[in-house]
Design a protein around this ligand. Structure first.
Ligand SMILES: [Fe+2]
Length: 321
């Protein structure tokens, strides 16, 4: 089992496949990096290059999901994003988050590196069957009959056409800007930013960005009871997993198995996302910060210890060396 997964390394690509425009040209190069796991189909991570949109008509067609939640990191170029009755320009560095029944569509202004993570979505369940079919019939997805069947099987439902009002991205709640997060907490050696909130994920998870300085470190409980998944967007971090050292750099996922003793130390300024999102970071950071402000005498190590357990945080020690 790999703990540090380089997204750019083709040997880590599961089921590399393509999407097609109605005229048969390629719209997307897509690969799964991690398949979903567990009841909430959590931890799923994909990497795509969405090709520049070829034909832009007077409107776009939208689709929606009835179960699944999608979060995409827009890592290059820019795109028009249609959602919530609005149309907005999303530039590289931003993140978009779609909840069930939010009809959405995209126009890509260039080739967009588009990295996705999902939960409660069965999108990956058909990957094995689809890639096996494509090995025998490479053009299967160009067949409208098969494509319609695939869409209905993966909780992808077409909606009508979209002719939405153009607004700035700040007016679209589905667009997340790490430079202006909805919550931010500063701790010794790191800034923690909430990217998607638990209430935007049906209570299942929350995604946080940790912007960390060299020397920042963290250590978990002896046998952490949950799996973690981190996305290193930039920088360099040394992880110690089962007592062995691994370096995670830009474009890496770090998959930490349940019960694996672990810690990390930041080697270069790093932006790392908690993609698994199990910990109730917002509750923990908000409650403890308020306690420190209003009842500082009660904000003890023991109080923190009680709170971190209550909110499912398995990190016991952290700070700057
Ligand atoms: Fe979608």
């Amino acid at each position: 089992m790999k703990y540090v997964i380089d997204i750019k390394d083709e040997s880590n690509w599961l089921f590399p496949t393509k999407g097609y425009n109605p005229d048969g040209s390629i719209s997307e190069d897509q690969r799964t990096i991690i398949l979903p796991e567990g009841m909430d189909r959590r931890y799923c991570f994909t990497d795509s290059v969405m090709r520049k949109t070829q034909q832009i008509g007077p409107y776009v067609r939208t689709h929606e999901h009835w179960q699944g939640y999608e979060t995409f990191f827009v890592e290059s170029s820019s795109m028009w994003f249609y959602i919530d009755g609005k149309k907005t320009l999303v530039e590289a560095g931003k993140i978009i988050h779609m909840q069930p029944y939010e009809a959405h569509s995209f126009i890509f202004n260039g080739d967009v590196q588009f990295r996705g993570t999902f939960h409660d979505w069965n999108c990956a369940d058909d990957s094995v069957a689809t890639s096996t079919l494509e090995a025998h019939y490479p053009d299967a997805k160009k067949d409208p009959e098969f494509f319609a069947l695939l869409c209905s099987n993966i909780d992808l439902h077409m909606r009508g056409i979209a002719d939405y009002e153009e607004v700035p991205p700040e007016q679209v709640s589905a667009v997340k800007d790490p430079k202006n997060p909805m919550a931010k907490f500063e701790i010794d050696g790191a800034v923690l930013k909430m990217i998607t909130a638990r209430w935007e994920n049906g209570g299942k998870k929350e995604i946080w960005l940790a912007e960390m300085e060299p020397g920042f470190w963290a250590k978990w409980e002896g046998y952490p009871g949950v799996q973690d998944l981190f996305y290193v967007q930039s920088g360099k971090v040394k992880f110690t997993i089962y007592g062995e050292e691994y370096i995670a750099e830009k474009d890496c996922l770090v998959k930490l198995p349940k019960y694996a003793p672990r810690s990390f130390e930041v080697l270069e300024p790093t932006a790392m996302y908690d993609v698994g999102g199990v910990t109730r970071w917002y509750a923990l950071l908000q409650d403890f910060t308020a306690l420190k402000k209003y009842e500082p005498e009660k904000a003890t190590k023991e109080a923190f210890e009680e709170m971190r357990k209550r909110y499912g945080c398995q990190i016991t020690e952290f700070g700057k060396k």
